[in-house]
Design a protein around this ligand. Structure first.
Ligand SMILES: Nc1nc2c(ncn2[C@@H]2O[C@H](COP(=O)(O)OP(=O)(O)OP(=O)(O)O)[C@@H](O)[C@H]2O)c(=O)[nH]1
Ligand SMILES: [Mg+2]
Length: 198
């Protein structure tokens, strides 16, 4: 067992401009319902820390979680994209929130780009990858819900998902918030990344 990250909820914001400066932050990005908030909870080993839901659209704001005892080192849970049933105005607002957040945060060290392990990258995921690359944001690909992929399909799925992202299978970290797969690795990576800046 690896040590959970001691994350605590710091604050929410509807706009990146409302957030104070941080020392170093990592953001969770991905389509609605991909498992961003669940992954954050798994990393912290605290089920109710970030709100999760079966229905897409659980996270509506930028939610900041801070490493205990280390002010300014943040994991930021973002609202998901691609929620088809959301009103157009909400989708536009999300896009603006994400764009301004990702462009305006000087201490943003990395984006965890979450892709559903069973579904694979959607066109919107691929568009997001391109957008992040265009803006020079460092990206860490993470596959979620590994437990939903049948054991007999896992090897093929690893190859398919990586290929769709234009990556090698070893470049993607496979995780399951439900079963714990990949969580120790993710904790270690995050602990290191969040301490990159002095
Ligand atoms: N089987 C399985 N289900 C998961 C896993 N991670 C998340 N889920 C489920 O997927 C659903 C969505 O999870 P959330 O963590 O709320 O997803 P989100 O990406 O934060 O969604 P938004 O806030 O709407 O953008 C919930 O019903 C979770 O229980 C996993 O590792 N395995
Ligand atoms: Mg969420």
């Amino acid at each position: 067992m690896s040590k959970p990250l001691a994350l605590r909820f710091l604050r929410s914001a509807g706009d990146a401009g409302q957030l104070p400066a941080s020392r170093c932050e990592v953001a969770l990005v991905g389509r609605s319902n991909v498992g961003k908030s669940s992954l954050l909870n798994a990393v912290a080993n605290r089920k109710g820390l970030a709100r999760t839901s079966k229905a897409p659209g659980a996270t509506r704001l930028l939610n900041v979680f801070e490493l205990g005892g280390e002010p300014g080192r943040w994991l930021v849970d973002l609202p998901g994209y691609g929620f088809a049933r959301a009103p157009k105005a909400d989708r536009r607002r999300w896009q603006q929130m994400m764009d301004s957040y990702l462009i305006d945060r000087p201490a943003l060290a990395q984006v965890l780009l979450l892709v559903d392990g069973l579904v694979g990258p959607t066109p919107l995921d691929l568009q997001t990858v391109e957008w992040l690359a265009h803006h020079g944001v460092a990206l860490r690909p993470v596959a979620t819900k590994a437990d939903k992929v049948k054991p007999s399909r896992r090897s093929a799925r690893r190859n398919e998902l990586a290929t769709a992202l234009g990556l090698a299978p070893g470049d993607v970290l496979w995780t399951s918030a439900a079963k714990g797969q990949g969580i120790p690795e993710l904790r270690a990576e995050l602990a290191a990344t969040l301490r990159l800046n002095p």
